[in-house]
Ligand binder design. Structure first.
Ligand SMILES: [Zn+2]
Length: 169
């Protein structure tokens, strides 16, 4: 989620739906010996998606992604440090643009997984004036997933975003 309200965020639910599908397929891959799944008439191998043990680990993970040369080269806002904080209650994670802060609920650290952190980091890296879950967000999100998790999950995320009707270009 994001606090950006100046532009209509009318694809938010589509992005969430696509992300849920990718999450489910990551989980399905956990239960196959070779980590291969069949989806959209393709057979792909999924990497292991890391779960964060605590806030410090999540912070180190975000710093590591921002330090990647490929990320720095492609995304100009990667030079801006991001802060992470625990969010009270059972609400969803969100990004606070004014302070460059990702707020995540830590009641169940195992639910703080790479896709969630990369989603929030994509809000940090998308152009400041762009629709929260619009096409520029989707492009940055898929780019991050490709750089960090690899081409197969990135292909899958892109396919799910398009299939769910989120705008992507
Ligand atoms: Zn979001």
């Amino acid at each position: 989620m994001s606090n950006r309200v100046s532009l209509r965020d009318n694809h938010r639910l589509r992005v969430y739906r696509a992300e849920q599908r990718v999450r489910d397929l990551f989980d399905a891959a956990d239960h196959t010996g070779e980590r291969t799944i069949e989806v959209f008439d393709a057979r792909i191998t999924m990497p292991v998606e890391k779960r964060m043990a605590d806030l410090e680990q999540a912070a180190a993970y975000l710093d590591g992604v921002l330090a990647l040369r490929a990320v720095r080269r492609r995304l100009s806002r990667a030079g801006i440090a991001v802060t992470i904080r625990a969010r009270k209650g059972h609400t969803a994670a969100h990004y606070e643009p004014d302070t460059h802060t990702i707020a995540i609920p830590m009641q169940r650290p195992s639910e703080v997984r790479e896709l969630l952190l990369l989603h929030e980091l994509a809000h940090h890296l998308q152009p400041p004036v762009s629709v929260a879950h619009g096409p520029q967000f989707c492009r940055v999100y898929c780019d991050l997933v490709r750089r960090v998790l690899g081409p197969e999950p990135a292909w899958l995320l892109r396919a799910c975003l398009i299939d769910s009707g989120a705008s992507y270009h």
